[in-house]
Design a protein around this ligand. Structure first.
Ligand code: HEM
Length: 346
């Protein structure tokens, strides 16, 4: 085997030879443009790594055999955690960008038009693979308007494929213990005379009792989300999947639910870190360009604020916390089920 050399292996000649400030080309050198280029390049490298993790998670979750006892679920959680760790670094990197002052930026800003971070196709591909749907995007036509045709094709292809959110929905729907043929099966899946699964009819009652008068309309929401699939087809999580997710959140102390809970938690962490990045980026933009339009031609801060508000990918999971009740009021699970979930040994 041939010896591997550090700089050849890392292709440093390409990476370190890829910084060409526009201000140099225009013979008006602006010191901070090097920082501006390098920070964008490092973001793009991290986006690439995130996509590497997202694609591997998706290919694991596409396997119908994936269940909660398999080592692969551990791999999924581990890789999701790597993504959130990278995202935290991306949020922190805004600090470095902010060492550039608005006046330093003005030295070269106009030379960049119409280029903008808005043209980062990797960022949009990442959003789509995670599960952001075209219908839920802010500025639908605008969001690909400034990309090259080959970049638009990548994003459209990403939108066509099964997203992580869709796979999470399918995984939740086939939670193994819900379909288990043991004694406690009826407890979860049998229905009362109104067609509501017994456990959930019981839980609904506990939830109803926990509501203060200003929250009474939440009960309708509860029914829409957990019991009536047909009513709202704009939702990404089915009623069955939403019930499984809520069950995991409620009974996460049971060993069998540890990993599923961590998986859900990491998805919420991805949304939280992406949102932190959006807000930090938006505030930095405000500080840097104030009310001026972006180099990409958007309304700048206003556009970014609306995208930040709309682009929570796992919003439906985070909304489930509205339906939690206190631990001591939780319906008691049958012993057979507790055994199955891993605590009681007889
Ligand atoms: C001086 C620093 C920066 C300024 C003033 C700035 C400004 C803007 C503005 C105004 C937009 C809205 C689109 C437009 O009209 O251009 C935007 C979008 C965007 N920028 Fe930046 N940006 C900066 C740094 C960065 C960095 C370091 C990244 C890292 C990749 C980045 C990534 C993005 C992305 C991904 C979008 C699209 C966001 C979305 O559509 O939700 N920006 N930026």
């Amino acid at each position: 085997m041939k010896d591997v050399h550090y700089s050849t292996y890392l292709q440093l000649d390409k990476i370190l030879g890829a910084q060409f400030p526009e201000s140099d080309k225009n013979e008006q050198p602006a010191h901070d443009e090097m920082l501006f280029i390098i920070i964008h390049q490092s973001y793009e490298l991290w986006f690439k790594q995130i996509m590497h993790e997202v694609n591997s998670i998706i290919s694991i979750m596409l396997k119908p055999s994936l269940n909660d006892n398999s080592p692969e679920l551990q791999t999924v959680v581990h890789r999701l955690r790597r993504i959130t760790t990278i995202l935290k670094v991306l949020v922190q990197q805004v600090d470095i960008m902010e060492t550039m002052t608005p006046m330093d930026f003005l030295d070269f800003r106009d030379m960049l038009r119409p280029a903008s971070g808005f043209q980062s196709w990797q960022f949009k591909e990442m959003e789509a693979r995670l599960g952001l749907k075209y219908e839920h995007r802010h500025g639908q036509e605008y969001y690909v308007s400034q990309l090259k045709p080959e970049e638009v094709a990548i994003i459209k292809e990403a939108e066509k494929q099964t997203s992580l959110l869709e796979l999470v929905n399918a995984w939740l729907e086939r939670m193994p213990f819900f379909d288990d043929a043991s004694n406690w099966k009826n407890f979860i899946s049998d229905h009362d005379k109104e067609g509501i699964p017994f456990y959930w009819a019981n839980y609904r009652e506990c939830y109803r009792e926990s509501l203060v008068s200003a929250e009474e309309s939440n009960l309708r929401l509860f029914d829409n989300i957990f019991l009536n699939d047909a009513e709202d087809n704009s939702r990404s999580l089915s009623a069955k999947a939403s019930r499984a997710a809520l069950f995991i959140m409620l009974y996460r102390g049971y060993p069998l639910l540890h990993l599923p809970f961590q998986l859900l938690n990491e998805l919420l962490e991805i949304d939280e870190q992406l949102s932190s990045w959006r807000y930090r980026h938006m505030n930095m933009v405000n500080r840097m360009i104030g009310l001026r339009v972006g180099t990409g031609g958007s309304s700048g801060k206003e556009y970014l604020k609306s995208a930040a508000d709309k682009h929570y990918i796992f919003r439906e999971l985070s909304q489930l916390t509205s339906f939690l009740i206190e631990r001591r009021k939780l319906p008691v699970l049958p012993v057979e089920m507790e055994e199955q979930l891993g605590f009681v040994h007889r």
